[in-house]
Design a protein around this ligand. Structure first.
Ligand SMILES: [Zn+2]
Length: 112
C-alpha cells in the first residue's frame, strides 16, 4: 500500500469514525428507558421494548466497530499496518478499504 492509498484510507476511516459517532449519538437518544406511564398502548410499549433491545445490540456493535476504527487510525502510519497478523503478508487493498480495521488477510480471517 503506497502513501497515496494510505492517505485515502485514512480519510475514509476518519469519515467512518464521524459517521459512527453520529449514529451512536442518535441511537443513544432512542435507547432512553421506555417509560411505563407513557401514553402508548400495551402493544406499542412491547414494540418499543423490542426495538430498544435491537437498538442496544446494534449500538454495542457500532461502539465496537468505532473502537476498532480508532485503533486502525492510530496504527495506519506504522510500518506493519496492513500486514496480516498471522501470515505477515500484505492484506489485500480492497479488503482494507472495505474493512479498514482488518488485522488479518482474507485467507487467515476465513480460517478462523
Ligand atoms: Zn494472513
Amino acid at each position: 500500500m503506497d502513501i497515496k492509498q494510505k492517505e485515502l484510507l485514512k480519510s475514509k476511516i476518519e469519515q467512518q469514525i464521524e459517521q459512527y459517532i453520529d449514529d451512536i449519538k442518535g441511537m443513544e437518544e432512542m435507547t432512553q428507558p421506555v417509560k411505563p406511564e407513557n401514553s402508548l398502548g400495551r402493544i406499542s410499549r412491547m414494540d418499543a421494548i423490542n426495538t430498544k433491545g435491537v437498538l442496544e445490540s446494534s449500538l454495542r456493535n457500532k461502539r465496537n466497530k468505532l473502537n476498532k476504527l480508532k485503533v486502525a487510525l492510530q496504527k495506519i502510519n506504522e510500518p506493519n499496518f496492513g500486514i496480516c497478523d498471522n501470515c505477515e503478508t500484505p492484506i489485500q487493498e480492497g479488503r482494507l478499504m472495505f474493512l479498514p480495521e482488518s488485522t488479518k488477510c482474507i485467507k487467515c480471517a476465513a480460517r478462523r
